[in-house]
Design a protein around this ligand. Structure first.
Ligand SMILES: Cc1cc2nc3c(=O)[nH]c(=O)nc-3n(C[C@H](O)[C@H](O)[C@H](O)COP(=O)(O)O)c2cc1C
Length: 369
C-alpha cells in the first residue's frame, strides 16, 4: 500500500509531528480578562482528539490592548498564565497531541465587538473599548472608532518585550511551538504593508525598514523560547488590494525570517484592508504557499478552504506545501483526519477510549495514542 504523504511524519526543529495536518488558530472570543475557561477546555480537548498532528491555540494577545475584542485570550500576566496552565494540564492528561500557540497584537484592529454581535470597532470611551495603536495613525475604515495612535520607539520596545515575555510564559507551561501572527491585518502585518505603514523613521518606507519591527519581534521571541523548540510565523502573502503587500515582497520577508532561524512559515492572505478583493475558492491560497516553498527550505503550511481528503493529499503529495492547516473544516467535522486516513488508506492515532469505533471495513485505520 503506498503511504499517503498527508500521513507521513515531519520534524520541525525538535518537534516530531505524526502527520501533516495542523489545526489553524481560531479565536473563540470566549475568554474572561484574557483567561481560558471551560469553553477552551472543551474546544481544545475536542481538537486534540481529532487526529491532527498539532493544535494551535487561537490568537493570544501579548498585551491587553492587543486584543481584537474584550473576549480574546491573553498571556500577559500571572492570571492568564495560570488559567492556560490549568486548561492545558487537563488536555494533556488525556492527549499527547502537541500544542502550539499563536501570539498576537491586533494593532489598529483592536477594540472591537465580538463577531456574532457585529464586530464593530468601539470608541475608546465605550464600556468595552480602548485606545488603539498602529505603525501609523491610519484607521481601518475612515470614520470608524478612533484613529490609532502611531507607536513611538518606547512603545515599540514595550510590545517587542511583551511578545518575548509571552513566549517565556508559553515555555513555562510546555507549549510545543510558538507561532507569531504577522497576518490578517494585525499589528505586525500592519508594519509590513505600505497601506498601513506610512512611517518616515527606520521602521517605514523601504521593505527592509517595514520588516524591521516584525523581525525584531521574531528575534526577541526566538531568544525567549527554548532553543530546541520551534517558532513559526504566519504571513498574509498578499493584501489583495492595490498598493498593498504583494507576493514578491512576502518572498523577501520569508527569506529574511528563514535566515534568522524561523522554523516554519504558515501562508495565508488578506485581512489588512476593507477594499480587498479575494477570489475565494477551494485551495485559493495554496499558490502562495507553493511560491514561498520554492523560495525557502523550511517547512511551509498551506491553508484556506482545504476541505477534501484527496485535495489535501495532492497539496502535500505534489509539493505545494509540506503541511496543510484546517480551520472551518475541522470545526465542521472534528474527526476530519480520521476520515482522511480512511480515504487515503493511512493510519491515524485515536484515543484508546474510541478505538472500538473503527468501522470493520477499515481494519488497520486506528492506532492508539
Ligand atoms: C472561527 C475562526 C476564528 C479564526 N481565528 C483566527 C486566529 O485566531 N488567528 C488566525 O491567524 N486566523 C484565524 N482564523 C483564520 C483561520 O485560521 C484560517 O486561516 C481561515 O479560516 C481559512 O482556513 P479554513 O478555510 O480552513 O477555515 C479564524 C477563522 C475562523 C473560522
Amino acid at each position: 500500500m503506498a503511504t499517503a504523504r498527508l500521513f507521513e511524519p515531519i520534524e520541525i526543529r525538535s518537534l516530531r509531528l505524526t502527520n501533516r495536518i495542523v489545526i489553524a488558530p481560531m479565536c473563540q472570543y470566549s475568554a474572561e480578562d484574557g483567561c481560558m475557561n471551560d469553553w477552551h477546555l472543551m474546544h481544545l480537548g475536542k481538537l486534540s482528539l481529532s487526529g491532527a498532528a498539532l493544535v494551535t491555540i487561537e490568537a493570544t494577545a501579548v498585551l491587553p490592548e492587543g486584543r481584537i475584542t474584550y473576549a480574546d485570550l491573553g498571556l500577559w500576566n500571572d492570571q492568564t498564565l495560570a488559567a492556560m496552565a490549568l486548561t492545558l494540564e487537563s488536555v494533556r492528561r488525556w492527549s499527547d497531541t502537541p500544542i502550539a500557540i499563536q501570539l498576537s497584537h491586533a494593532g489598529r484592529k483592536a477594540s472591537s465587538e465580538v463577531p456574532w454581535k457585529g464586530g464593530a470597532r468601539f470608541q475608546p470611551t465605550d464600556a468595552f473599548g480602548w485606545a488603539t495603536v498602529a505603525p501609523s495613525a491610519v484607521p481601518y475604515r475612515d470614520g470608524e472608532g478612533a484613529v490609532p495612535e502611531a507607536l513611538d520607539r518606547e512603545a515599540l520596545k514595550r510590545i517587542r518585550d511583551a511578545f518575548a515575555d509571552a513566549a517565556r510564559r508559553a515555555a513555562r507551561i510546555g507549549i510545543d511551538l510558538v507561532q507569531i501572527h504577522v497576518a490578517h491585518g494585525y499589528l505586525l502585518h500592519q508594519f509590513l504593508s505600505p497601506l498601513t505603514n506610512r512611517r518616515e523613521d527606520d521602521y517605514g518606507g523601504s521593505l527592509e525598514n517595514r520588516m524591521r519591527f516584525p523581525l525584531e519581534v521574531f528575534d526577541a521571541v526566538r531568544a525567549a523560547f527554548p532553543p530546541d523548540k520551534p517558532i513559526s510565523v504566519r504571513l498574509s502573502a498578499t493584501d489583495w488590494t492595490a498598493g498593498g503587500l504583494e507576493l514578491d515582497q512576502t518572498l523577501a520577508v520569508a527569506q529574511a525570517l528563514e535566515k534568522r532561524g524561523c522554523d516554519a512559515l504558515h501562508i495565508s492572505t488578506g485581512g489588512l484592508h476593507p477594499d480587498q478583493r479575494v477570489p475565494v475558492g477551494p485551495g485559493y491560497q495554496v499558490p502562495f504557499a507553493r511560491a514561498v516553498k520554492q523560495t525557502v527550505r523550511i517547512p511551509v503550511v498551506a491553508v484556506g478552504l482545504i476541505t477534501g481528503y484527496d485535495q489535501a493529499e495532492a497539496i502535500v503529495g505534489t509539493g505545494d506545501a509540506d503541511m496543510i492547516a484546517l480551520a472551518r473544516t475541522i470545526l465542521f467535522d472534528p474527526n476530519w483526519p480520521w476520515h482522511a486516513a480512511a480515504q487515503l488508506g493511512a493510519r491515524v492515532r485515536v484515543p484508546k477510549q474510541y478505538l472500538r469505533s473503527q468501522p470493520s471495513r477499515y481494519r488497520d485505520l486506528f492506532e492508539s495514542e
